[in-house]
Write a protein that binds this ligand. Structure first.
Ligand code: CAA
Length: 259
């Protein structure tokens, strides 16, 4: 896949997606969303087990929506831009395998919203994150008002969104916004270490667990528990669960095949 604003590479079962507009700190414009939409919609979900998302260069993961392009939009176009961002980030969130955001440098506005649609967030220890949209007279609208509150709770989300302040990696880690805050040299090795662990586990089980965790946003506890039991039962019809339990009993590593 050849793109103007993205780089795509697959090594074995791991996909590497790099947002690449370094001169604009990888800001999200219409072209980026168009290419992200295409890339995420055409992934080979059978051969991929992990996606790692990163930004090109040291300075930014993504510095948000492209303010220069966005400043020319009228109200209707801005609503469409918001819907496009929401749709693309929902596509990312719905991928049936773990998505790891490797964040180095600024993850601001739409950049942090992109990270919030990933499953695991790794932050370089000198990075800064925040939702500075209010400094532009705007608010986060690629899902940020919803996903941030779910990640860190209402009060911290309101503080971040109302202030527009930048937060250090340590602050982000302390509020539970990221899984790890790490020195630069450990960032990618930690992502790859996690990838290796996830790849050893049952892919169907991870996909179902991911979907169920996501559904907890919108379903009542009662409905979600019913669904959890149903999906758990369905896994018992699959070879992977039989293999996983058999391997445990036979004291050997399981050979999961994703079916
Ligand atoms: N959009 C467009 N261009 C951007 C950009 C953005 N979000 N962020 C940075 N750039 C560009 C700059 O304009 C500059 O380009 P030029 O040299 O051509 O002017 C280049 O990237 C380098 O940036 P700076 O010179 O500003 O670098 P710095 O080190 O002084 O500051 C920064 C870095 C603190 C990240 C600063 O660039 C900044 O504050 N960027 C904007 C962050 C922001 O407000 N993001 C939220 C956007 S709104 C949003 O995301 C909406 C939404 O949710 C729907």
């Amino acid at each position: 896949m050849n793109y103007e604003t993205l780089k795509w590479e697959q090594k074995g079962a791991v996909g590497y997606l790099t947002l690449s507009r370094p001169k604009a700190l990888n800001a999200l414009n219409a072209k980026v969303f168009q290419e992200l939409d295409h890339c995420l919609s055409s992934l080979d979900n059978r051969s991929l087990r992990i996606l790692i998302v990163q930004g090109a260069g040291d300075k930014a993961f993504v510095a948000g929506a492209d303010i220069k392009e966005m400043s020319g939009l009228n109200a209707k176009e801005a609503e469409e831009f918001s819907k496009t961002g929401q749709k693309v980030f929902s596509l990312l969130e719905a991928l049936p395998f773990p998505v790891i955001a490797v964040i180095q440098g600024f993850a601001l506005g739409g950049g942090l919203e992109l990270a919030l649609a990933c499953d695991i967030l790794l932050l370089e220890e000198n990075s800064k994150v925040g939702l500075p949209e209010v400094t532009l007279g705007l608010f986060p609208s690629f899902g940020g008002t919803q996903r941030l509150a779910r990640a860190v709770g209402f009060y911290k989300a309101k503080e971040m969104i109302f202030s527009g302040n930048f937060y250090t990696a340590q602050e982000a880690y302390s509020m539970g916004l990221v899984n790890f805050a790490l020195p630069k040299e450990k960032l990618m090795s930690q992502a790859e270490e996690l990838s290796k662990i996830f790849q050893k586990r049952g892919p169907l089980a991870i996909a179902q667990a991911k979907q169920l965790i996501q559904k907890s946003y919108s379903l009542s506890l009662e409905t979600a528990l019913q669904l959890e039991a149903q999906e758990f039962g369905r896994l018992f019809d699959k070879q992977d669960s039989q293999e996983g339990m058999k391997a445990f009993i036979e004291k050997r590593p399981p050979q999961f095949k994703g079916n």
